[in-house]
Design a protein around this ligand. Structure first.
Ligand code: G3P
Ligand code: CA
Length: 224
């Protein structure tokens, strides 16, 4: 199973920071997952559209300039990273799952990825709950792997995954049933499940035959 560090290794270090991503690499993750928003024309790595939960700043990202945002402490003195910085840190070391969390991220992410080599691009998965962003991304670039993020039933997700020629369907543990996994596999999609933090949950996912798990603790994901 693919071992995907969730927001880096957020069980150990502040989520979506370079420190967290570095930790996931050190703990042996195959991929790291990060969340992306577009602020002031820049792609920044942060989960929420507000700063309150993960930084010492308050309010909406959209109310800040990029320069101001970079002064926020995202934990342990870490800056909110840019996607550029994450790509540089992960290059040739670990795969990267870029979740398009904020609206309007598809086009700038595609533009940024278009500068990478074909080999580098092949280690990147772009995912989102926003179908519109994924459709737009797919229109602009048919080569990068797409992951459809969803917590709907398989009958509702499959048509979207087919339309997008997706690589994977990424779902929460509650949605992960045998029927879901089997149908996704029959139609040619990998199934990655979030968030799997205990060995017990991992064994359940392994029994279902899922292809990868997102974990806050990448060192707890057993080789299999
Ligand atoms: O990409 C898997 C997972 O990260 C999606 O949920 O809320 O943690 O971004 P969330
Ligand atoms: Ca995410």
């Amino acid at each position: 199973m693919l071992n995907i560090g969730h927001r880096g290794a957020m069980g150990y270090e502040p989520e979506n920071t370079l420190l967290s991503i570095q930790k996931a690499i050190e703990l042996g993750a195959d991929y790291v997952e990060i969340d992306i928003h577009l602020v002031d024309g820049q792609l920044v790595v942060i989960h929420d559209e507000t700063l309150d939960r993960t930084t010492n700043f308050k309010g909406f990202l959209a109310n800040y300039t990029f320069e101001e945002l970079r002064k926020a402490d995202a934990g342990k003195g870490q800056q909110i990273p840019t996607l550029d910085e994450v790509i540089e840190l992960t290059k040739n070391k670990v795969g990267l799952n870029i979740e398009l969390k904020g609206k309007g991220t598809a086009q700038p992410v595609q533009r940024l990825l278009s500068r990478l080599t074909t080999e580098h691009k092949s280690s990147i998965l772009v995912s989102s709950f926003h179908l519109h962003e994924l459709m737009l991304f797919k229109e602009l670039d048919k080569t990068v792997r797409i992951g459809v993020l969803s917590n709907k039933r398989i009958e509702q997700v499959l048509p979207n995954a087919v339309e997008l020629s997706a690589f994977s369907i990424n779902i929460g543990t509650k949605a992960a049933t045998q029927l879901f996994v089997d149908k996704a596999h029959q139609t040619g999609f990998k199934v990655y499940v979030y968030t799997v933090n205990t060995v017990e949950e991992q064994l359940q996912m392994k029994n279902l035959g899922v292809d990868g798990v997102f974990s806050n603790y990448p060192d707890r994901v057993l080789d299999s």
